[in-house]
Design a protein around this ligand. Sequence first.
Ligand code: NAI
Ligand code: 15L
Length: 272
Amino acid sequence: MSDTAPSKPFRRLLLTGAAGGLGSVLRERVKAWTDVLRLSDLHDLGAAGDGEEIMCCDLADRAAVLKLCEGVDAVLHFGGISVEDKFEPIMQANILGLHHLYEAVHKAGVKRVIYASSNHVTGFYRTTDVVDADMPLRPDSFYGISKCFGEALSRYYYDRFGIETVCLRIGSSFPAPRAPRMMVTFLSYDDLVELVRCALLTPRVGHTIAFGVSDNATLWVDNRKAAHLGYRPKDSSTPFAALFPATGERPEAGDVTSIYQGGPFILAGPQY
Ligand code: NAI
Ligand code: 15L
């Protein structure tokens, strides 16, 4: 029997947004696949642990982002503004920042990006619709629009330069659903990690759009166009059903947060 540890699939992965909710989960779980995990965020990430290196920066800082991607095999891009906000900060972090990231990825010869997109790129579909990867985008917020930009920019970098991206249209990834809507959009942390693993390790992904949801009893999305990733969710929101007991009350007629998949994001944008 050999006493050398089996080699990991990557030499160095970059994780942006490492101080965030999902970044903190991935920081622990991604280490199994890479010799070095480079972590980045605007916020403090504490001391580097074994196999970690820390390079904090603002995604809007082009020079810093160019450095961030040097020597990296693949990027897990989970940094940026994660909810609705005014257009200016979203533009800086999610639009300008993403452009910096792809410019850096191109210059550094990085082959693949896993991009945290969002269900809010299609939030203006109804809750009676089932959305697949080829349906037109219908963003529900400036935040959703910034994620549409990310999906389009990554498509361009694939068509023009062959840089592969898997866009993960994540539903609601938290320890548990926080509202009845999230019974449909829930993505457990274990399923998130498995989806990221599939996105990183599938030999050819081209430009793939995948929906990040667990195996929930009701779904508003159809993931068949990402079947080549081999993602099989193991969890479901059903064990959390008791958090939201049926009251028999119906949403008020015209309550757009119940009519559209984006829920509260529908009304979170500018109040003109
Ligand atoms: P989060 O808000 O907890 O984490 C985002 C991280 O990005 C934060 O640590 C923040 O400091 C960092 N960040 C923000 N602006 C930055 C900038 N200009 N430069 C560098 N870093 C910056 O969000 P969460 O929940 O961890 O989400 C991670 C990613 O996944 C985000 O891109 C979000 O849009 C996406 N996503 C998350 C969902 C969820 O249910 N958690 C659902 C859909 C998408
Ligand atoms: C998202 O895109 C957000 O990042 C997250 O905070 C949740 O609000 C999620 O969507 C959702 O739709 O529940």
